[in-house]
Design a protein around this ligand. Structure first.
Ligand code: F3S
Length: 421
């Protein structure tokens, strides 16, 4: 890789051993990925603290080394010209009833690292959807984001440019202000690789989750191009992008006539429109919903909403559906959101309505980090449904928001609310 004078000096230790180490990581990573140079990054979203579940089963030495590396990194300030935010963590600012958190030592370490991150210049968004709480990149902006669903969103919906980052590379980018140039940071690597003709009637965000789940499997590491989608709300896009990154390793997609690099098919494929296509019709929509239904009964004990983290609009919808109602006695209704969004919802009155009905907010973290135990979970997020089966061993039901809220109120999932058909 070709380094400029400043980069070479940092690698040689001009700004101390910690930055030299991170510069080496960036250049080693870039070399492996075929990058020829480092380019300026303006915006990062880093996963810093240790995920709860990672700590389970790891040796003490491994954990100590991991945590000490993070402490060392967070002793450095972030690059002055780079806007850096922090991904969801493990601990929650709010108490989470009936959830067995990890050891008190782990909780303490998480809190220490979160505080260190804020001191070193990271904006404490603590969310998997940073674009809902202030980290909104513009078209062409070079970013270094962790969180696969947010990466797809940033590339596809904003036209920003980020490869899929891990903790170490996002920290290196945040401290140094550079990233190796490869993958979707380069124009020609942003062209579509798979044409998906959408004929199904998509009129709910969870339907877009189904589309993403279907397409992620077909596209693998490629870039799907959706043709025939008539509209896309922020919540539709959130579900689409999260599902694409769950069933596949997708980094971005195009939605013809809607997303910024796909005015038409020609632009989406950069001139090479494929002859073959895959169709997502009503049958495929129905089959994709069914694929993730693993329930052997309809009694539910947990309803989880807000994957990716709920927007104000979703919180207003939950409040509207829950107003004057009560959650069934044996059901826990968890609503995952960013603490900034919850503050907004508090001012607008939605928080109280939801809490009065018995809903519990989980902020700053991901329910999958909390090792929640349940027999049967209902959720509107395909990503959540995908991971909940593996992590919590629970049976999973996926439904639109209305069906999820109805299940929380009655304690039973009414399959007639299921909207895949
Ligand atoms: Fe966010 Fe967790 Fe879903 S990180 S996207 S709430 S699985």
């Amino acid at each position: 890789m070709n380094l400029n004078k400043e980069q070479q000096e940092i690698l040689n230790g001009s700004r101390g051993p910690i930055l030299a180490k991170y510069m080496k990581w960036l250049t080693d990573w870039g070399t492996v990925m075929g990058a020829e140079r480092l380019i300026k990054v303006n915006n990062t979203h880093a996963l810093l603290p240790v995920p709860n579940l990672l700590a389970e089963g790891a040796s003490e030495n491994t954990m100590n080394e991991y945590v000490n590396n993070l402490r060392e990194a967070l002793s450095q300030p972030t690059d002055k010209k780079c806007f850096c935010s922090v991904h969801a963590t493990f601990v929650s600012r709010y108490s989470v009833p009936n959830v067995k958190e990890n050891t008190p030592e782990q909780v303490e370490i998480q809190r220490e690292l979160s505080a260190m991150a804020s001191n070193s210049g990271f904006i404490p968004t603590f969310t998997c959807a940073p674009y809902l709480v202030g980290n909104v990149p513009i078209k062409g902006e070079i970013c270094a984001w962790t969180e696969s669903s947010a990466v797809v969103y940033a590339n596809s919906i904003f036209g920003a440019r980020t490869t899929r980052h891990g903790t170490e590379s996002a920290i290196a980018a945040s401290l140094l202000g550079w990233v190796p140039e490869f993958g979707v940071l380069i124009n020609e690597n942003r062209k579509g690789t798979l044409l998906i003709e959408v004929t199904a009637n998509l009129d709910d965000p969870t339907d877009f989750g189904a589309l993403g789940y279907f397409a992620g499997k077909k596209a693998g590491l490629g870039i799907p191009v959706f043709n025939g989608v008539k509209h896309l709300s922020q919540e539709d896009a959130k579900q689409l992008c999260a599902a694409l990154a769950s069933s596949g390793g997708v980094t971005m997609c195009h939605v013809v006539g809607i997303t910024p690099e796909a005015n038409d098919l020609e632009q989406a494929f950069q001139g090479n429109i494929p002859k073959d296509s895959v169709t997502f019709d009503q049958k495929a929509l129905e089959a994709t919903y069914k694929q993730l239904q693993t329930n052997t009964g309809d009694e539910v004990d947990m309803v989880s909403l807000g994957c990716p983290h709920a927007s104000v609009r979703e919180l207003s919808q939950f409040a509207f559906l829950l107003k004057g109602k009560k959650i069934a006695k044996d059901v826990r209704l968890y609503i995952n959101t960013a603490h900034g969004t919850l503050e907004n919802a508090g001012v607008m009155g939605f928080k109280k309505i939801i809490e009065d009905a018995g809903g519990v907010f989980i902020t700053d973290t991901c329910p999958m980090n909390l090792n929640m135990k349940a027999k049967r979970i209902v959720t509107h997020g395909f990503k959540q449904a995908h991971y909940a089966r593996g992590i919590s061993n629970a049976e999973v039901i996926i439904d639109r928001i209305e069906g999820c809220v109805e299940a929380a109120i009655t304690g039973k999932w009414n399959k007639n609310t299921y909207n895949g058909n």
